[in-house]
Design a protein around this ligand. Structure first.
Ligand code: NDP
Length: 482
């Protein structure tokens, strides 16, 4: 298939071609067409026209039926989506099969159900003449929405926004990361097959600094929903402020885990291993700082090391593979620079810290070793900044207060994981975490009805369940004097 932007229901080429490279081998996957400025304008115009067309006036049930067909369309092409996602990201099939692709389809079903079942508020009010008045709210689409997302969970994170946006009757222009454009491109075909009218779903492909920036600066957008780094999030907020457009920002993290001596250590190890190393550490909710109560510190470090040693690098389709590469050579350089900074900051390298030896056919990939450190000061750069690689630092602590203070001492506030068998402590510490999602005895356990987002520099706003509806709809309060 052509890898080009999808505007008004058709794929459109341009003269400028750029290459997509495999993170696994460094070889060319395919060239793609970069959206021109004119094509970005066309996409916004098509989205506006579709909003004012049948989509905007469609009844909820009809829209819900179409979104179910989109979900079914992804499920029907499960293997193709799986192959495309793993080609783009290099992640193991075993991971994408269980998380990325099923969640990509589920995001359409869940938000179709949410919009169908949501109840609107009504208030009866007294009036001086005694007749009273009735207030009720009407939900309307917010309008034309720009959707921008990262490369780590491309289908999952994009559909997490496209699903509710379309369920609420909006139209979208989607800018996936240049690193991972295949599944969003395929989604155009699925939308057509499901009967989504032309112009409702559009994509514009190209580098964020050009095509993304052109999109967020476009005055034709009514709102922008963004997932990515805090630095780009600030740029999105700046662009959205022109014309006072709404922006939902899901940003970076520097997430902490706290493991108390009263934890079930087997569960704590299993959960922490996943939270540090899954997807080669490229998960916004992943743990990069682990605080372990001193009596179990040495055992915990030794067991986490033993688990890290078990990871097997390899091709995504190989069932033995449990760790893929990082997304790009640029990102690998960034992660390796933190590996160096950790050593400069006096870290003890428990395991990893470099680049693994790979067979010749994979030597061009962006591989890095799973890495664990101890002994760094809390103010060292690798302890403060998001690394987004397969690594963590483990710090001992002596009291609950000390652990909570260190975990919360971060400019970020996305997620945390507490491990304890003490129920009072679970509630007490769970609620004290300055984060959007505070897990106790689990990690990545997500109920899509719950609010999702970040505190501090990890974002603004919440999405999920009816919280998504708050962002993707405009409310009109109708007040009728009886
Ligand atoms: P970036 O912020 O670099 O990129 C995110 C998206 O923004 C990409 O599509 C990128 O395009 C685009 N972009 C870049 N510059 C601009 C611009 N000036 N205007 C408009 N769009 C732009 O993040 P990464 O892709 O590196 O993703 C990793 C980050 O995402 C991490 O910080 C991670 O924590 C965060 N994240 C947060 C999540 C959350 O839910 N809170 C979930 C997952 C990740 P391109 O790539 O083509 O340049």
């Amino acid at each position: 298939m052509k890898i080009s932007s999808f505007i008004n229901g058709v794929y459109v080429d341009s003269k400028e071609q750029r290459n997509i490279k495999s993170p696994v081998t460094g070889e060319l996957i395919t060239p793609y067409s970069v959206a021109t400025d004119a094509q970005v304008n066309e996409a916004v115009e098509a989205a506006r026209a579709a909003l004012n067309g049948p989509w905007g006036s469609m009844g909820i049930q009809e829209r819900v039926d179409i979104l179910y067909k989109v979900a079914d369309g992804i499920s029907a092409r499960f293997d193709e989506f799986l192959e495309a996602e793993c080609l783009d990201t290099g992640k193991p099939y075993s991971l994408a099969r269980h998380i990325d692709i099923p969640r990509g389809a589920a995001n359409f079903r869940i938000f179709a159900d949410t919009i169908k079942n949501v109840a609107d508020e009504a208030f009866h009010m007294p009036t001086p003449d005694g007749t009273g008045a009735l207030n009720y709210t009407v939900r309307k689409p917010k309008g034309v929405i720009g959707v921008i997302g990262p490369w780590n969970l491309p289908l999952l994170l994009m559909t997490w926004k496209i699903g509710p946006a379309l369920a609420c009757g909006n139209t979208v222009i989607v800018k996936p990361s240049e690193e991972t454009q295949l599944t969003m491109t395929m989604l155009g075909e699925v939308m057509n097959e499901a009967g989504v009218p032309p112009g409702v779903f559009n994509t514009v492909l190209g580098p964020g600094s050009r095509v993304g920036d052109k999109l967020i600066s476009h005055p034709g957008l009514d709102a922008i929903t963004f997932t990515g780094s805090t630095a780009t999030g600030e740029r999105v907020a700046e662009a959205a402020s022109v014309g006072l457009r709404d922006a939902s920002l899901e940003l970076g993290g520097k997430n902490a885990a706290i493991v108390f001596a009263d934890a079930d250590i087997d569960k704590a190890i299993e959960g922490t291993v996943r939270s540090v190393f899954v997807n080669c550490g490229q998960v916004c909710l992943g743990t990069e700082r682990v605080y372990v109560e001193r009596p179990i510190f040495d055992e915990f470090v030794a067991r986490l090391k033993a688990e890290a040693e078990k990871y097997k690098f390899g091709r995504p389709e190989d069932p033995e593979t449990t760790m893929g590469p990082l997304i790009s050579a640029t990102h690998r350089d960034k992660v390796l620079s933190y590996y160096e900074k950790a050593v400069e900051a006096g870290a003890t390298v428990v395991i990893g810290g470099g680049v693994p030896d790979m067979p010749a056919e994979l030597a061009g990939g962006n591989w890095v070793e799973p890495t664990i450190w101890t002994g760094m000061a809390e103010d060292a750069i690798p302890m403060r900044e998001e690394i987004f690689g397969p690594c963590c630092h483990i710090t001992p602590f002596d009291t609950e207060e000390e652990a909570v203070r260190m975990a919360n001492d971060s400019p970020y506030g996305l997620a945390s994981a507490i491990w304890t068998e003490n129920a009072s402590r679970a509630h007490r510490v769970g609620a004290q975490m300055e984060v959007g999602i505070s897990w106790v005895n689990s990690w990545f356990l997500r109920d899509l009805r719950t609010p999702f987002g970040g505190a501090k520099q990890s974002g603004i706003g919440r999405e999920g369940g009816h919280y998504s509806l708050e962002f993707y709809t405009e409310l009109t309060n109708v007040c009728i004097k009886l």
